[in-house]
Write a protein that binds this ligand. Sequence first.
Ligand SMILES: [Mn+2]
Length: 349
Amino acid sequence: MSEIYEFVNRVRTDTFDEKVQEFKARILPASTVLILTHDFPDPDCLAAAFGISHLLSFWGVKSSVISFGGFVGRAENRAMIRFLNIRTVPFVLTEINDFDKIILVDCFPGRGNVSLPPQTEVHAILDHHPNDPPEGSSTFYDIRKDFGATSTIVTKYLLTAQCPISPKLAAALFYGIKTDTGDMRREVAQDDLDCYKFLFDIMEHKLLSRIESPDRDIEFFKVLHSATLSAVNYNDIGYAHLGNVTTPDYVAEMADLFHSLEKLEWMVCSGIFKNQIFFSIRSKNEDTAGIFAEKIAMIFGGSGGGHSRVAAGRVPFDANDANKVLERFEYTLKDVFNIIKVPEEKLVK
Ligand SMILES: [Mn+2]
């Protein structure tokens, strides 16, 4: 226990004090607050939003609503929402004028993955993606690019504000940090590791195992099956196109799964959802995943970016011209990865 207290004391005396005060001053007074995450939320943004909603209620805010565009597709994320009782409202059902304040977590306005109408006033942004706040804005920004997870920022806010962290909330934040850092494998700051250890000691462990081993529907195995059959590689760069998917989350999920294949340095996955091609890029040791995602997205007038080893994007897809668009997309991928002349092999022979 003494180690925990040492950690809590350290958190309270570092730079977070000032930031939390500034955040509080920007948000209060408020009786209704909208906490918005990126579309098709992942555990990190869900946990961060959940943590902020606890902090707001600790500060006396009567109601806060967690919302996002798209829906929760991945089985683990659905289990997280269910077992941790995270109440959310689809963005299409919210009326932004009903809220006194708007907070964005784990995303940045205008990045293409946030369902917020442009020009909407945002009061605070907590994020760890490589974005720079504009100068002279009245919005509160806490952007920590060196952090592996927004859940780490939120954990430190809760500790700094001395807001109680329940075993459930701890499980959420722990899972957020765990997944966004790939179990501490990538882009980790000391703060991530500190919070990870701290939360591990206070969380409800049974909940975590229920989230990590969820019941899956048959669709998951169908996607896995067809991805396994169609995946190719160009030396150590793997690629799988999933065709039409029932949730864009499969694109990220399959990218993660195939990326664990020992012979691969890179894995890229793409899939079509509604009228967009969603894609995910993973790298083990190279640091240009975010740059590649942005490049590909820009060529097609879409949006993309992310971290050095985990990135994603989406570009417009015209079903009437499906083959041509896909061909062009795959050519662009190869061009960006500089593998146009590298022979294609079946990934799983
Ligand atoms: Mn994140």
